[in-house]
Design a protein around this ligand. Structure first.
Ligand code: ZN
Length: 133
């Protein structure tokens, strides 16, 4: 498998609107827009930073994965995403090497990306997302 770059850093927040004040007004990053991914019960907001992006994640439902995360751990870095050349190939290779996968098959992420998560139990406590676009 080939990792091309850190695609983005996912940060769970209670309110994108509130958090935008920091990333736009104070840190001076441009807001590339919001997108709601209904299957994940999440709205995302992207702020490009050089080759990577900051992704803010706000839950759209009390039973969504981000709502559960916020309940348990509060706001903060939720995942790190690596851009890979070929996500199916990467998942097959990782599985063969004994890495626990949350998604055996890629699903649809924001921006039309194909994404899959690795289990934090296999990645020293970090929720790792693979992304191909
Ligand atoms: Zn992400």
């Amino acid at each position: 498998m080939k990792i091309l770059k850190v695609d983005h850093i996912g940060i769970a927040v209670n309110s994108i609107e509130e958090c935008k004040k920091l990333y736009s007004d104070i840190l001076g990053l441009s807001h590339a827009g919001n997108e709601t991914v209904n299957e994940q019960k999440v709205t995302t907001a992207f702020f490009p930073v050089g080759e990577s992006e900051v992704e803010l994640l706000e839950s759209t439902a009390p039973d969504g994965p981000i709502a559960k995360y916020l309940e348990k751990k509060g706001e903060g870095v939720q995942h790190i995403a690596f851009r890979v050349e070929n996500i199916e190939e990467a998942l097959a290779e990782l599985k063969a090497k004994g890495v626990r996968l949350i998604d055996e098959v890629p699903r649809k992420g924001a921006g039309g990306a194909k994404i899959a998560f690795l289990h934090p139990k296999s990645t020293f406590g970090v929720l790792v997302e693979l992304s191909e676009r």
